[in-house]
Design a protein around this ligand. Structure first.
Ligand code: GLY
Ligand code: MN
Ligand code: MN
Length: 409
């Protein structure tokens, strides 16, 4: 039930930080509900996963009740009741015992039918409820904790609702050493996949064959899932930002954008390389490629504590604009990465040591079938930055050299 790649004590420390930051206010973080789909895996809300490591418990919740007189009940795990008839379909679930409390690191575990009573008591004592889930726009459903808190304020005179929706984002943005270790492993697996594509690519090969070569590298390195659907787009498809059919034949002279990431121990990598399918860039391709590479270098150099991704974006965009390709740079410079490929984190946030961001400028000239994106994963350090994916070939010379190598047996 628990992803033990992160120690139970680290999950407990994360929850403690939330309890302290809530300053006596009540909070509720829900995993979300839903049956396991036939295709793919059911995923909990990532804030819930971050706080518990628990993956396979739809309907589970964490209740933060910091004013509870019993210290063991200040942080409570709620799980849906066991239903033996459903378990035959979806997997056998544990009963609430001391063993489960030990293995989850929660002092108190209740079934979700106790929520109205536990939450009601907590809210009456505290008179304050904090929204921890992201707030939704008015076209979306009200966020799940706010929906419940609104019902409670109607029943508890003098109680109020506070916006703490940035709290978990702020915690998640700075990665712990254990998280960085898993991100490094995900990058290593992704590097293996990319290496296999570089060796296998040749004119006429189908994008799907290269997609499969990529995945074989990921799984041989221990990845069970991809962090996101890979993009393996050649020719005109290199200019489609979210192309994912990956099923067309490549042709001599094509460029190919390869944007992918393995997931290891719940953590993502997100790396893009652009390669000439024939093994050698044309003069024009090389010219645009060098501009994107220069832009990426400028952006990476701008990553440091205190800088914002807005400033990093500007550094990257200036290079591309000065080279005359400004209108072909269609997206932002990058994003935070961790449990999710697109981890939460605004571009206005000042970077701090331990944050991990992608840097991924691109130029997409549809009329020339030239799509080029270069993406690396960057750790913010005390003194500046470390490019975690720098071992993967990226210069024209290194890409062309790597493509000359034969597939490994
Ligand atoms: N592949 C998604 C991204 O690079 O953000
Ligand atoms: Mn990407
Ligand atoms: Mn990305």
């Amino acid at each position: 039930m628990i992803d033990t790649a992160i120690k139970i004590s680290e999950y407990q420390a994360r929850r403690k930080k939330v309890l302290v930051a809530l300053k006596g206010s009540v909070g509720l973080v829900m995993a979300g509900d839903g049956a396991p789909p036939l295709r793919g895996e059911w995923f909990p809300n990532f804030d819930f996963k971050y706080l518990t490591g628990i993956g396979g418990e739809p309907g589970a919740m964490v209740l933060f009740d910091s004013t509870n007189p019993d210290p063991k009940k200040r942080c409570v795990l709620l799980l849906k009741p066991v239903n033996p008839e459903m378990d035959v379909w979806d997997g056998y679930r544990d009963l609430v015992t001391e063993k489960l409390r030990q293995s989850t690191g929660f002092g108190a575990i209740f079934r979700t039918n106790f929520l109205p009573r536990l939450l009601g008591e907590a809210a009456k004592r505290s008179k304050s409820m904090s929204c921890l889930h992201p707030l939704s726009t008015y076209t979306q459903p009200v966020s799940p904790d706010l929906e419940i808190f609104q019902k409670l304020t109607a029943r508890i005179p003098g109680s109020t609702i506070i916006d703490q929706s940035q709290l978990l984002t702020n915690l998640r943005m700075v990665k712990s050493p254990a998280e960085i270790k898993h991100i490094r492993s995900a990058i290593k697996a992704t590097a293996e996949g990319i290496d296999r594509v570089l060796r296998a690519a040749k004119p006429g090969i189908n994008e799907r064959q290269l997609h499969n070569a990529l995945l074989s590298g990921f799984t041989d390195m221990g990845a069970k899932v991809v962090a996101f659907d890979p993009i393996v787009g050649s020719g005109i498809r290199s200019t489609i930002l979210h192309y994912k059919e990956n099923d067309q034949a490549t042709a001599a002279g094509d460029l190919m954008v390869l944007d992918s990431g393995a997931e290891i121990n719940g953590y993502a990598a997100d790396i893009t390389r652009t390669i000439p399918i024939s093994g050698k860039f044309t003069k024009r391709q090389k010219h645009v490629y060098e501009v994107v590479l220069k832009s990426q270098k400028a952006a990476i150099a701008a990553v440091k504590p205190g800088a914002t991704m807005m400033q990093v974006d500007a550094a990257s965009r200036k290079v591309i604009k000065d080279a005359g390709f400004g209108d072909y740079y269609l997206h932002g410079v990058g994003h935070h990465m961790g449990l999710e490929t697109h981890d939460p984190g605004a571009h206005s946030v000042k970077l701090r040591p331990g944050m991990v961001v992608t840097i991924e400028p691109g130029v997409y000239i549809k009329d020339e079938a030239i799509g080029i994106r270069l993406e690396d994963d960057i750790l913010v350090t005390k003194d500046g930055r470390q490019n975690l994916s720098s071992a993967i070939p990226i210069t024209v010379k290194d890409i062309e050299a790597a493509m000359k190598l034969k597939p490994k047996k």
